[in-house]
Design a protein around this ligand. Structure first.
Ligand code: AMP
Ligand code: TRP
Length: 379
């Protein structure tokens, strides 16, 4: 790697990242200065290994998880899976099926086992490339529970008591278990365990990432620079995909359209999207329509513009728009349905992918845990 001229002194990893992202260069450490070179066009960024600013070049780490609590819906797809799949080409990606987290709500062992495999299947069918991204079960890296314990010893009760998702779950009638309360701590462990830079998620997970950063800062302040601070990657256009009743799409609200639902059920769900009572002839507001919002996710620019005109002109009923939405939706996922069938025909494919993913994930987790155990005095 050749050296360029000294550029400027960087104070911390955030500075380095900003520099890289704006100039697209790799950095080389040289005493207290950094040099830039343009040898890499892949996404790399500088990682600090110790307080003494010893630097090395490494790939951007991208991490996300998805709970094994049932069939995946198009809110999961557009909110998290599609962005995660797009990012797998930009760094080292680690994606996992959060089966420990699912245990806070799933009480049926057979269902948990089946859901875990089905999430893996669906994620692969949607384009996760196991040659690029490690796909694994959360419980294949049991050290996360140890890290969660360590984090829980610095986690302020008040911080967790403010968790929206905990409060929502209690409001929906779930029992207030310690596991449910600690959910964000385990999630922080998931993220910090892999020195993650970016965490692609839907908006509902934003607070969990903020809690993760708070906990990382607490540990760093107490024991020294152990953790890097991860950032949420939330796509504005798909941060909250609406369900058929207009609320956030969610399995627990029963308003979901599944990615791989059968044709009849999917059509039925689309046809039951809630609409207002504007007559067929009257102009309609596309911005207020769930149909239009969902159509915008699956149709081309021209098709979206055409539907917008039809809304504004009047003369077409919601039933027509729903039919157009169903057709586009069905077409959008056609190739993925095909890929899903192919994967299903290879009996050992999913197990092999998960085993390889677990091995890669454990490789990183072992190193980070060693660092953490040393720092806190367990070793
Ligand atoms: P979960 O099913 O709760 O494990 O969610 C998995 C991922 O999908 C998380 O990143 C969520 O933020 C995202 N997600 C779930 N529902 C939606 C939605 N309706 N809109 C956008 N993102 C969503
Ligand atoms: N809580 C996340 C959800 O419900 C799933 C999850 C668990 C996760 N651990 C994570 C997401 C770590 C991102 C990073 O969607």
């Amino acid at each position: 790697m050749t050296r360029g001229a000294p550029i400027f002194k960087l104070r911390n990893a955030a500075d380095a990242k900003i520099y890289f992202l704006s100039f697209g260069s790799a950095f080389i450490h040289d005493s207290s200065f950094l040099h830039a070179s343009n040898l890499h066009d892949e996404l790399v960024h500088v990682r600090f290994h110790s307080k003494r600013s010893h630097l090395s070049i490494s790939y951007m780490r991208i991490l996300s998880g998805i709970q094994a609590s049932g069939l995946l819906h198009i809110g999961n797809y557009f909110g998290m899976m599609r962005p995660a799949i797009a990012l797998q080409a930009e760094g080292e990606a680690f994606y996992f099926i959060a089966d420990y987290h699912a245990l806070t709500t799933v009480r049926d062992p057979k269902a948990l086992r089946e859901n875990t495999r089905r999430v893996a299947l669906d994620f692969l069918a949607c384009g996760l490339d196991p040659e690029r991204a490690a796909l694994f079960r959360q419980s294949d890296v049991p050290q996360v529970t140890e890290l969660a314990w360590i984090l829980s010893t610095v986690a302020p009760m008040g911080l967790l008591e403010r968790s929206h998702s905990y409060k929502d779950k209690l409001a929906r009638g779930l029992a207030a278990t310690v596991g449910l309360f600690n959910y964000p701590v385990l999630m922080a462990a998931d993220i910090l365990m892999y020195d993650s830079d970016l965490v692609p998620v839907g908006k509902d997970q934003k607070q969990h990432i903020e809690i993760t950063r708070d906990l990382a800062v607490k540990v760093n302040d107490t024991f020294g620079e152990i953790f890097k601070l991860p950032e949420a990657r939330i796509q504005a256009a798909t941060e909250v995909v609406p369900g058929i009743d207009g609320q956030k799409m969610s399995k627990s609200y029963g308003n979901n359209i599944d990615i791989f639902g059968d044709e009849k059920e999917t059509r039925k769900r689309v046809m039951s999207i809630v609409t207002d009572s504007t007559p067929v002839d009257a102009p309609k507001d596309p911005a207020k329509s769930i149909i239009f919002k969902l159509y915008s996710l699956v149709a081309s620019k021209d098709e979206i513009a055409k539907m917008r005109d039809q809304f504004l002109k009047g003369g077409a009923g919601y039933g027509d728009f729903k039919k157009q939405l169903f057709d586009k939706l069905w077409e959008y996922f056609a190739a993925m349905r095909k890929r899903r069938e192919e994967i299903l025909s290879d009996k050992s494919y999913i197990d092999n992918v998960l085993a390889r993913g677990a091995e890669r994930a454990n490789g990183v987790a072992d190193q980070v845990m060693q660092r953490v155990r040393n720092a806190v005095g367990l070793r």
